[in-house]
Design a protein around this ligand. Structure first.
Ligand code: GLC
Length: 529
């Protein structure tokens, strides 16, 4: 049955932040050769696809999300030949490779921008967004940068402002310009021809802005602790209607190749998120669903979320779930290590493609960053609110050696203090470790079509209990999750079952008759008759 589904439906995606995964050349920053060394580990873990955060040439103002050449590899990460070798090595192991695609902006050092800013009549001027100053000489609109301050920077050479949704070093591209569109679609073609299996599309909700340049309205619910960007509702700078036609072009291009996937980074409410599936396969295959990160962590809230999402999905749309990424505080820090095990079971037993963030399979936590080692420009621009993303981007913890087996040199971000115990080498041989929990969950999902691709059915729950079943022809599997620290009872709906896995990894094959006790923070996967 699973074979009737595409790899990106039945499979599991694993996000690698290349700067922090594995450093093969000893400069303290991860690289492509390092990733190749660790492909065997990823195969052992059981995932199906890796998504690499950006590897393109970049001044690294936003650590690779400021691209100065969309069709090359930054020397820090390796060469195009290294990339080809990575694709070949991954494919030889049955792993797919997904790249980050950054259509919203380039680096200010991209030759396109250097030409565009040279003069008002440069042919590339219109590849970016330029406006005259307002009457008072200030920015043309009230639009805010995600990283703090105005989203407009005045360029003295031509005395106009250019728009940047993020840093001034990341000018936004003008997707209304046909030549820019062609150039950026060409980027997709370049990598598809090289054998990549898909793209995670960065900042997709932002690629088109209001053509009338209207001011964004104030956000009535804004609290300063949310950061300055949240002070306005970004109605004229995000999620504009024209974006769907552009996505349609990307999709058409991807569909001309065999079995490729487009995944959109879209921080949007559920009803808007699902619009990005498009009609009749004209949207992205997977609009990233971040709501497990965004919602409060309790059984009733998460149960409601799953029901709302399942109900909102258009016909034929394939769901997906995410628990962490390079922009969000670590799962184990957000909800605690005990609940992080429960979250792993939830993620890997829900219906829809799961995406894992490197290190979450170990229970890696946010690493406190001393002020002198802060790297993230967001933290530098808007300090002290906990918005900085360095804590969740620290080196992968491979072993207990001084740099955690990540590098022979001092890494670009500090290694976690707990790497002596929280590391791959140690957890591989500990049968009850978080790592072995992930591996067992992945294995179970792979072996059981009900878990991989079966239907989702909510089951009654109350208090801290969340339970549901997954159903495929001839197979019914229940999942019961205890979101609280106290034990509780769960009753199988019809007849006895059998425990397949506990988050505590200490009960297997136990029969379940009238009721089963879930210990605090425990989750069970149960085969039903
Ligand atoms: C996305 C990326 C984030 C980056 C931003 C600008 O949100 O995930 O890391 O800073 O886009 O490219």
């Amino acid at each position: 049955m699973s074979e009737d589904y595409r790899w990106w439906q039945r499979g599991i995606v694993y996000q690698i932040y290349p700067r922090s995964f594995m450093d093969a050349n000893g400069d303290g920053v991860g690289d492509l050769a390092g990733i190749v060394h660790k492909l065997e580990y990823l195969r052992w873990l059981g995932i199906d696809a890796v998504w690499l955060s950006p590897i393109y040439p970049s001044p690294m103002a936003d650590f690779g999300y400021d691209v100065s050449d969309f069709e090359a590899v930054d020397p820090m990460f390796g060469t195009l030949e290294d990339f080809d070798a990575l694709i070949a090595a991954a494919h030889a192991r049955g792993l797919e490779v997904i790249l980050d695609y950054i259509p919203n902006h380039s680096s200010h050092r991209h030759p396109w921008f250097e030409e565009a800013r040279a003069s008002r009549d440069n042919p590339r001027r219109d590849w970016y967004l330029w406006r005259d100053p307002a009457a008072d000489g200030g920015p043309p609109t009230n639009w805010l940068s995600n990283f703090g301050g105005s989203a407009w920077t005045r360029d003295p050479a031509t005395d106009q402002y250019y728009y940047h949704a993020y840093l001034a070093e990341q000018p936004d591209l003008n997707w209304r310009n046909p030549a820019l569109q062609e150039a950026m679609l060409g980027v997709l073609r370049f990598w598809l021809d090289r054998g990549v299996d898909g793209f995670r599309i960065d900042a997709l909700r932002q690629i088109v802005k209001d053509e009338r340049w209207r001011d964004n309205p104030p956000n009535p619910d804004w609290r300063p602790a949310q950061g300055p960007y949240q002070a306005l509702l970004p109605v004229y700078t995000t999620d504009r209607p024209e974006v769907m036609a552009l996505i349609g072009r990307m999709r058409q291009l991807a569909d001309a190749y065999h079995d490729r996937v487009l995944i959109g980074e879209l921080y949007l409410p559920l009803q808007r998120l699902v619009a990005y599936y498009g009609s009749n396969g004209s949207g992205v295959h997977l609009p990233f669903n971040f709501h497990l990160i965004l919602r409060a962590w309790n059984a009733r809230g998460i149960a409601a979320l799953v029901d709302e999402y399942e109900a909102a999905l258009p016909t034929g749309a394939w769901p997906n779930w995410v628990l962490g990424n390079h922009d969000q505080h670590r799962l184990a820090s957000r909800i605690g290590p005990a609940q992080a095990r429960l979250a792993a079971m939830l993620l890997l037993s829900l219906r829809g493609t799961p995406t894992l963030y490197y290190g979450d399979e170990l229970g890696m936590q946010d690493v406190p960053i001393p002020p002198e080692r802060v790297q993230d420009p967001w933290e530098k621009n808007v300090p002290g609110l906990g918005l900085g993303r360095d804590p969740e981007r620290t080196p992968m913890q491979w072993d207990d050696t001084p740099h955690a087996g990540f590098s022979s040199a001092q890494p670009w971000l500090p290694v976690a203090a707990d790497h002596g115990t929280v590391n791959v080498a140690r957890q591989r041989v500990d049968p009850r470790s978080m790592l072995n929990l992930y591996r067992r969950l992945i294995e179970l999902r792979r072996r059981n079509p009900a878990l991989a691709v079966g239907a989702y059915r909510a089951m009654p729950g109350a208090g801290e209990l969340l339970s549901y079943s997954r159903v495929a022809p001839g197979q019914r599997i229940a999942v019961a999750l205890n979101f609280g620290p106290e034990s509780l009872l769960w009753k199988p709906p019809n007849g006895p079952g059998r425990i397949l896995l506990s988050t505590h990894l200490d009960r297997v094959d136990e029969p379940v008759r009238d009721a089963v006790e879930l210990r605090g923070d425990e989750g069970l996967i149960i085969e039903l008759p």
